[in-house]
Design a protein around this ligand. Structure first.
Ligand code: HH2
Length: 287
């Protein structure tokens, strides 16, 4: 028997086939909820609420990676995420991923109880990341970003965004494997909104099979992102993040239909309820 893939190895708390990763931003400036959960106590309470709502894992981050965001010093990032990881670990055994591209932050978070590294750069921004993941025996989600957050939105000049993202993710996974990460510990993510135009994000969502063909489970993070605001506005100023809930649920269902194994979402309860009905209707039975 082959080892289960990264998300299959997580118990389903959501009751869904797809796994729901709940977003916990311990940051003052994230694009949707920046500042709302900036204190460790608030971020921890929010995380536990998402776990109660059925999140299969919680993604704790201490640095905004939205296009244009400025980098946060490593010690500051660690000081933001560690108390949240420790607080969640004390109260719940829900799996935790650490949303970072810095190996040192990943190392400290894994030691504090996280079990997966969610690296939006696919290990490209920090050469020590692959070794760190391998040494800890951790899982890893490898994202596609064409460059650093400060400059990525000027790097949308792809000949074929889907082929180029797939190729980059294949190379990222090879780097992890070369460092000793088991294939069953790897997932990939096309990086919706990371150096992509509206049309490029839609191309990725509609052609997820090209990413799935790499042989790793695919995570999609479309929740509340600006392409949704742009679609809703129909060419006018993008709808604000608070007005993107229903659009986000639509994107989540599209990602499930396209074969995503996991979804990174801000709104666990709403996404879970929609996905529950969507999956049951596709199966043709309740359970
Ligand atoms: N998107 C964001 C952050 N981390 N990780 C993965 N694997 N995939 C994503 O699409 C992804 C991610 C950006 O969203 P958010 O954390 O809500 O905002 P910010 O980066 O502003 O903190």
């Amino acid at each position: 028997m082959t080892a289960p893939s990264l998300f299959d190895s997580l118990a389903s708390r959501s009751g869904l086939s797809v796994r729901l990763m709940g977003v916990v931003n311990a940051t003052p400036d994230s694009f949707h909820d920046g500042g709302r959960f900036a204190s460790p106590a608030r971020a921890t309470a929010h995380a536990l609420r998402l776990a109660d709502e059925g999140a299969d894992l919680l993604d704790v981050g201490g640095e905004s990676t939205r296009p244009g965001a400025a980098p946060v010093p490593t010690e500051e990032e660690i000081a933001r995420v560690l108390p949240v990881i420790e607080g969640v670990r004390e109260a719940s055994d829900v799996p935790i991923s650490i949303d970072t591209y810095k190996a040192e932050t990943a190392r400290r978070a894994l030691a504090a109880g996280a079990s997966i590294v969610n690296d939006v750069s696919g290990g490209a921004f920090d050469p020590a990341m692959a070794e760190t993941v391998a040494r800890a025996g951790a899982g890893v989600v490898l994202g596609h970003a064409p460059g650093r957050p400060e400059v990525m939105q000027r790097m949308t000049d792809y000949a074929d965004v889907v082929a180029e993202a797939a190729e980059a993710l294949g190379r990222a996974a090879d780097r992890m494997r070369a460092a000793g990460v088991a294939p069953g510990r790897i997932a990939v993510d096309p990086g919706i909104g990371f150096g992509k135009t509206l049309e490029q994000n839609l191309a990725l969502l509609s052609r997820l099979d090209a990413i799935r063909a790499l042989g790793y489970p695919v995570l999609v993070g479309a929740s509340r992102k600006s392409f949704i605001g742009r679609l809703l506005a129909g060419g006018a100023e993008p709808a604000p993040t608070e007005a993107r809930l229903y659009g986000s649920v639509g994107a989540a269902l599209a990602a499930i239909a396209a074969g995503a194994a996991a979804l990174r979402v801000h709104d666990v309860r709403e996404t879970r309820e929609a996905a529950l009905v969507f999956e049951a209707a596709r199966r043709g039975r309740g359970a």
